[in-house]
Design a protein around this ligand. Structure first.
Ligand code: MG
Length: 383
């Protein structure tokens, strides 16, 4: 058995809103069509034909390689027929025909369709209609419809190649899908269990749903589990004074830390970790030391800003971890208050915040008591 997949992606459908055709819109960072291609590759189908609109040849280059292309026709069924004619004589014995706007077909679904073709001329996934159906007009229900034997059709629809080629050649055109073409030619088509997640992107809201579904699953695409980490490091020197502010907590000490703001070295490192995870530079980019409005500022303002930026970018904090490096003051007695303070600023539960400290064994600037250093790590998770 030699199987080919035909992915129909020549449509110009505009119901999904303004912008490029829906099969070329980004979904979790890649074109919709790239996800559809992934599904067939993951199912082990090596021979893939994309039916494309002539205007989209540049876009196809962005999909990489490992597929052939065929120009689309004026209608869906003429597009499919172009692909089938291109496969004629190639030795293909079975063909799967799929909508390019269905990015979430699973390898298991594709395998079910192929398995059904072992004993049928045609096989297609579908789901039974579970909600009541009405006919209506002018906003008024006219009458209910018996849903007992109604199904919602999906793709990929699979066929014995020579049978569906012959059926398409004989069809007058205007079919909604290839099962309709097959039935018009008298072919039997087995119903295979479909998948609720195998949605056809039609309306703008479908894209948000598909993005959520992609993130919930482990199917293809690097953005499906979008977890980012960042690190931060900062140093402030000691100067004359009577206390320091670390993680937003005031600690009595025989010196103070020098800095433009309150010199909270720990919060500065945490901010840099969050900005780092976002790919947004560091604290100096967002709060330039040259700007007088931040003179003496409480650094909690900076941390609140970093958290707000993460939220605006669609991320929530997964955890924060900060290490203070100094001989004195002793951090341990204040670590609990620091965690609580950071939780209050960030909105993160205390169990996801860690504050720890180390000395540098008397070595270097920290060991000589010339200043305090802080290292931090932050994890952001796509919300
Ligand atoms: Mg600093």
């Amino acid at each position: 058995m030699t199987t080919a997949a035909v992915i129909v992606a020549a449509g110009r459908g505009q119901r999904a809103g303004a912008g490029p055709p829906k099969q070329w819109r980004p979904l979790a960072g890649r074109p919709v069509l790239a996800h559809a291609l992934d599904a067939f590759r993951a199912a082990g189908i090596g021979h893939i034909l994309l039916v494309l609109h002539p205007d989209d040849s540049d876009r196809a280059a962005a999909l990489g390689s490992g597929f052939e292309t065929v120009p689309g026709g004026v209608s869906r069924d003429s597009s499919v027929r172009n692909a089938l004619e291109a496969l004629a004589g190639s030795g293909v014995t079975r063909v799967l025909i799929h909508d390019g706007a269905r990015p979430l077909a699973s390898p298991a679904l594709i395998a079910r369709v192929l398995a059904a073709l072992d004993s049928a001329t045609g096989a297609a996934p579908a789901l039974p209609v579970t909600e009541a159906l009405w006919r209506g007009r002018g906003g008024q229900v006219r009458r209910g419809i018996d849903r007992a034997d109604l199904y919602r059709a999906q793709t990929p629809q699979g066929f014995v190649f020579e049978a569906i080629l012959k059926a398409h050649r004989a069809h007058p055109g205007g079919a909604a899908d290839d099962v309709e073409v097959a039935r018009a030619a008298g072919l039997d088509v087995a119903i295979v269990e479909g998948e609720e997640d195998n949605i056809k992107l039609t309306w703008p809201a479908d894209f948000a749903r598909a993005t959520r579904l992609l993130r919930q699953t482990d199917r293809g695409g690097g953005d499906r589990m979008d977890v980012r980490t960042g690190s931060g490091f900062d140093v402030h020197r000691f100067t004359k004074g009577a206390g320091v502010v670390l993680c937003g907590v005031e600690i009595a000490h025989d010196r103070a830390l020098a800095g433009h703001s309150d010199a909270d070295v720990a919060i500065h490192a945490l901010c840099d970790a969050i900005y780092g995870a976002l790919g947004e530079g560091d604290i100096g980019v967002h709060f330039p030391p040259s700007d007088p409005q931040w003179k003496g500022a409480a650094s909690r303002v900076f941390l609140a800003h970093a958290c707000a930026r993460a939220a605006e970018r669609g991320f929530r904090l997964g955890n924060l971890d900060v290490t203070l490096i100094c001989e004195r003051p002793k951090i341990g007695p204040h670590a609990g208050a620091m965690r609580a303070g950071l939780a209050a600023i960030t909105g993160l539960e205390e169990g996801r915040i860690n504050v720890k400290a180390t000395t540098s064994e008397g070595l270097g600037f920290a060991g000589r008591g010339e200043g305090i250093a802080a290292m931090a790590a932050a994890t952001l998770v796509a919300a």
